[in-house]
Design a protein around this ligand. Structure first.
Ligand SMILES: [Zn+2]
Length: 192
């Protein structure tokens, strides 16, 4: 798409035909530069691990197994943001073989991903996420999760949605064996 504007300036043919504008994707200010991304994550639950979601420590007898703190919703949001920018995935940026990220707070992953996107010229528009967990009830912790994620990403809390649902007794979530999270993120290319 880049270069169409320049070419039409030189090519008289393109500027003369009225149909040109209708069939060519616009490259100017009217052209939307929004991009969407999706991410998901699952962690098995085990005893002796802290349950941390959206950077909030939730009192419970089980927590996610993982190299980092196993914060599934933070990981899903990282993947959604990286996906929106086509910058790979969380496993590439935070390999579980790397001692740098061992027992890292996943809020640091979010900070790092936000910085990567800014360097690539993107602004973060909003993120939406859902956590699936049978127990405990997450409603009392949702506002703090939103605040933590918004703070880590450097966006307003109104731009961060965190929702929670149980597994309705079905599957590995319903049996209380795992926590899962899904997220979508919208970003926009900054114009210079
Ligand atoms: Zn994870």
């Amino acid at each position: 798409m880049r270069g169409h504007g320049q070419r039409s300036r030189h090519g008289t043919k393109a500027t003369r035909t009225t149909s040109h504008k209708a069939i060519q994707p616009s490259n100017d200010a009217h052209h939307s530069s929004l991009r969407i991304g999706f991410g998901n994550d699952v962690h098995r639950l085990a005893s002796g691990r802290k349950l941390i979601l959206g950077g909030v420590h939730i009192p419970f007898e089980l927590g996610p197994l993982g190299h980092s703190d196993g914060d599934a919703v933070a990981h899903a949001i990282c993947d959604a943001l990286l996906g929106a920018a086509a910058l790979g995935d969380i496993g590439q940026h935070f390999p579980d073989t790397s001692p740098d990220w061992k027992d890292a707070s996943s809020l640091d992953f979010l900070r790092h991903v936000a910085a990567l996107l800014h360097m690539a010229g993107y602004a973060l528009v909003n993120v939406d996420s859902t956590i699936e967990l049978e127990k405990p009830r997450l409603a009392p912790f949702i506002e703090q999760m939103r605040a933590n994620v918004a703070d880590a990403l450097g966006i307003t809390v109104e731009s961060v949605s965190v929702k929670a649902k149980s597994g309705e007794g079905i599957g590995e979530i319903g049996r209380g064996e795992a926590v899962r999270a899904e997220a979508v993120a919208l970003i926009s290319k900054q114009r210079l």
